[in-house]
Design a protein. Structure first.
Length: 452
């Protein structure tokens, strides 16, 4: 439970206080993340109650969505609540939670750091006091001050570096990315928050290569992240029926990334089937899967057709498309046309898709279980095939390597070792030929036992 309550002062009042403090400041802070060049920003010392939290903070976006869902508040509660005390209070609670727990066990929480030290570097704020970088630190300092006003009295005021008044929302977004989302950041963003930031920049017209440079990623990774988020949105809306409930899929980054790659360029019914195979597997409990989810990806990657055939057979789902004409003979424009009764009917995946979309939870659980069993069977068959080909693959590989051996380039000091290896190869070849003769005796070319 938090103690601090945000008191939002008039934006013009904040702006005047900050402007006057900046004029009197003799201290500057070097920032290289604004417009990708060095900027010397004035440092001001402000009452810690003055700044306000930035609502379009990607680190907290999924927590904001969860708050909206759980508290049943307006969808724009945060986005329209920059100057709203209720929204600021809610944001404070979210930030304090991050400051206390962090995201990983190896990261020392900000709250713990600040309990033993003073402010290390200034907060980064706009000319109106909106915190661009340092939201968690501000929340932690405010909370600590209320918990022990004597011990933490140094947090009654905070140092802030003030960005130019002309800065744009797009530039603020880039500063957040440069400062917080690079690989070396001590407290990484979740994959969803990072993907949301990528999507926003791409929609703003930034090229994938530009975004990749900002985030120290490859352009392909940026594109995949945006497409994985799109697949996640479709999953939450159409399968879970809970749009924006990103906390449900925080641990499914690889699954949605793999799905995004698998459906690239795929259209129509096969696209929908691939998605539903992935959705069912992502939703399955870990105890239902024999190993990691990754081991079932072939169902929506390279073996979708095989899974469709086996699953539809197990579920007795008819994949035959409806005939184009109900009658064998029709009159079109006064002409009698005889449709061949033996005309091959096309395949349709509509019935299979409808089976997955059945809202009955029992039916959905059943089809998911059947899908898992089909995947296990196909995987086991594939494993057996691989085992059956191991000997041939090993011998073929050895032969290929021997064919590439060029004695003319061998060093004289290796001749004795080469001779010893060739002797061992001949000995092993003799053993294998004898074993092969035993295995093939009495077996026909088709593999059937020949009766004497």
């Amino acid at each position: 439970m938090t103690l601090y309550q945000v008191n939002v002062r008039n934006p013009q009042e904040r702006e005047t206080i900050i402007a006057n403090a900046a004029k009197e400041s003799s201290e500057t802070y070097m920032l290289y993340e604004y417009q990708n060049r060095r900027s010397d920003l004035p440092v001001v010392r402000l009452d810690s109650n003055l700044p306000i939290y930035r609502m379009s903070n990607f680190r907290t976006c999924t927590a904001q969505l969860r708050h909206i869902y759980e508290r049943e508040v307006a969808v724009d509660f945060f986005s329209a609540g920059q100057e709203n005390e209720s929204a600021q209070d809610a944001q404070h609670r979210i930030l304090v939670e991050f400051a206390i727990t962090g995201r990983t066990g190896s990261i020392v929480p900000i709250m713990s750091q600040l309990e033993g030290e003073e402010q290390r570097e200034p907060l980064l704020i706009t000319s109106r006091g909106v915190v661009v970088n340092g939201n968690r630190r501000l929340a932690a300092m405010r909370e600590l001050l209320l918990r022990d006003s004597s011990r933490f009295r140094h947090f009654s005021h905070v140092d802030c570096a003030v960005l130019p008044e002309s800065i744009t929302p797009e530039e603020i977004l880039e500063i957040e990315v440069r400062l917080q989302m690079r690989a070396e950041t001590r407290l990484p963003y979740g994959w969803i928050e990072e993907s949301i930031a990528i999507r926003e920049m791409l929609r703003a017209g930034k090229r994938p290569a530009y975004v990749a440079d900002l985030m120290k990623k490859r352009p392909k990774e940026v594109v995949t992240a945006e497409r994985a988020l799109t697949e996640a949105d479709i999953f939450l809306k159409e399968w879970v029926r809970a749009p924006n409930r990103y906390e449900i899929i925080e641990g499914a980054q690889q699954a949605f990334g793999d799905l995004a790659k698998a459906v690239e360029g795929v259209e129509g019914e096969i696209l929908e089937v691939k998605r539903r195979f992935a959705w069912a597997l992502i939703s399955a409990e870990a105890k239902q899967l024999d190993g990691r989810l990754y081991g079932y990806n072939f169902s929506f990657e390279n073996k979708t057709d095989e899974v469709i055939a086996a699953l539809s057979d197990r579920l007795s789902i008819d994949l035959t498309a409806e005939p184009l004409h109900e009658k064998s003979n029709e009159e079109i424009d006064g002409i009698d046309i005889d449709f061949d009764d033996d005309l091959d009917l096309e395949t349709s995946l509509e019935n299979l898709i409808e089976a997955f979309d059945d809202p009955d939870p029992v039916r959905r659980e059943t089809i998911t279980s059947e899908l898992i069993e089909v995947c296990k069977s196909i995987r086991e068959l594939s494993r057996q095939e691989n085992v059956g080909n191991q000997a041939l693959n090993a011998i073929s590989g050895a032969n290929t390597k021997l064919m590439s051996a060029d004695l003319s380039k061998a060093s004289p000091e290796t001749y004795d070792a080469i001779r010893a290896q060739l002797t061992a190869v001949k000995s092993r070849t003799t053993v294998l030929e004898s074993a092969l003769l035993r295995y093939t005796t009495g077996v026909s070319r088709t593999g059937e036992i020949i009766n004497d």
